[in-house]
Design a protein. Structure first.
Length: 326
């Protein structure tokens, strides 16, 4: 079965958030303090998340990425993933993590059936990393990266949010890392989620990132593989890893967008930057598979054609990325 939206895009990818809590506080994603903790009831149970996943897969979703907040802080996550991975028809299970808890959980994650990990890592300097994440320990993340490969995972994709004056001096270091490491380094344009004065000062376009790398290295474009994301991918000739550019702000990839999102509180969204959201809780408590399927189809059918963020401005309401899952 295929899920197709009103402009013919095949929607086969669900980003499912299992928590909005996090053990870091990246300044571009969450405020330092003042986030009210959700009550236990406000958060979907694992059974409810599985019901959403099963229903979505029965409609045509083939890939699910588990995200958060930080998905690895939720207790029972490995058992949940093991159940998720057995859903008939689900071809690809991936997880995005900040890597802090990965050293201990990598083996369990691999055995649960998760196929790929994305790790967010914005700096290779302990000091800058700690500044961006408000106290995160870079060594723990690096130990998590090693543990993931030892556990059997292919080299994780590394997500780097590039911010001018914060970590842009490391673009070349990350690119050079692909010569000796098999990871795909994906440079992500900083996205304004909270409207604060001067947010544009952090923005560096994907084009500028590419030019800076191309000043030192020749870059060969790569073909997209199955379940490839919205990145444009390149390889330095002879390098073990690859380089991806995700231009969420400067060059919309909306025409190829294949995803929907559900938050840990059961809010479904057809577009990260749309203020439209649909509450799935009435179809989960008590569970009603038919109605849930109907409402998921409707979210796909009404998926916005594109978002309207540019470096000039944007119209969406403020939100924190940790609530939605990036
Ligand atoms: N905690 C996990 C992590 O950090 O990988 C998963 C959730 S996090 C919200 C998912 C992704 O969103 C991360 O790669 C993060 O860098 C990205 N992200 C968060 N806020 C962002 C922003 N303002 N601009 C661009 N990417 C952002
Ligand atoms: Fe936490 Fe990930 Fe947001 Fe950083 S980007 S605060 S690690 S949810």
């Amino acid at each position: 079965m295929q899920l197709t939206d009103s402009i013919g895009r095949n929607i086969n990818y669900l980003r499912l958030s299992v928590t909005d809590r996090c053990n870091m506080r990246c300044f571009y994603c969450m405020p330092a303090a003042g986030i009210a903790k959700k009550t236990h009831d406000a958060m979907l149970s694992y059974e409810e998340l599985l019901l959403i996943a099963e229903t979505a897969v029965s409609l045509g979703i083939e890939k699910i990425r588990i995200t958060g907040g930080e998905p690895l802080v939720r207790s029972g996550i490995i058992d949940f993933l093991a159940k998720l991975a057995t859903i008939p028809g689900l071809r690809h299970v991936a997880l995005t993590t900040n890597g802090l808890l990965l050293e201990d959980l990598a083996v369990g994650l691999y055995k649960s059936g998760v196929q790929r990990l994305n790790i967010s890592l914005d700096s290779l300097s302990p000091h800058t990393f700690s500044d961006i994440t408000r106290g995160g320990d870079l060594n723990k993340v690096l130990a998590g990266l090693d543990a993931a490969e030892r556990a059997g995972f292919p080299p994780p994709k590394i997500n780097v949010v590039v911010m001018r004056g914060v970590n842009d001096s490391e673009i070349l270091n990350f690119a050079t890392m692909t010569l000796s490491h098999g990871n795909s380094i994906r440079f992500i344009e900083y996205m304004p989620v909270v409207k604060e004065d001067g947010w544009q000062r952090f923005c560096i376009s994907g084009e500028e990132i590419l030019q800076r790398i191309a000043a030192s290295y020749r870059l060969e474009p790569l073909d997209k593989g199955a379940f490839a994301g919205p990145s444009r991918d390149f390889r330095i000739p002879g390098a073990r890893g690859s380089i991806g550019i995700i231009t969420a702000v400067s060059g919309h990839f909306c025409s190829d967008c294949n995803r929907i999102r559900v938050t840990s509180a059961g809010q479904a969204k057809g577009c990260l930057f749309s203020d439209e959201r649909t509450d799935l809780v009435p179809y989960l408590r008590p569970p009603d598979r038919e109605q849930l399927a109907e409402v998921l189809r409707k979210i796909v059918a009404t998926k916005p054609e594109h978002h309207s963020i540019t470096t000039e401005g944007y119209a969406h309401q403020n939100f924190t990325m940790s609530q939605i899952g990036g």
